[in-house]
Design a protein around this ligand. Structure first.
Ligand code: FES
Length: 77
């Protein structure tokens, strides 16, 4: 069986700091979104799906833009 998983595109080389309100968010895992770091549906046609994450309390978070993080959606350095 061959590995045909699409490669994520690097959307930026530094994480983006966001101050998020409690709620549910969709992090772009494919790197194609024009609304980084969030999914805008541009992953259509790839086999990559956005990562859903929840924020319980308003907080600053560092969201990955290089799409290589092992702890999506958060930057792992
Ligand atoms: Fe990248 Fe949806 S646009 S995961």
């Amino acid at each position: 069986m061959s590995d045909t998983k699409s490669e994520a595109k690097v959307a930026g080389l530094k994480p983006i700091k966001e101050n998020l309100e409690p709620g549910e968010y969709y992090w772009c895992a494919c790197g194609l979104s024009g609304n980084q770091p969030y999914c805008d549906g541009s992953h259509a046609g790839t086999d990559i799906s956005p990562t859903t994450f929840k924020i319980e309390e308003q907080n600053d978070v560092f969201l990955c833009l290089c799409k290589q993080t092992q702890t999506p959606p958060f930057c792992d350095g």
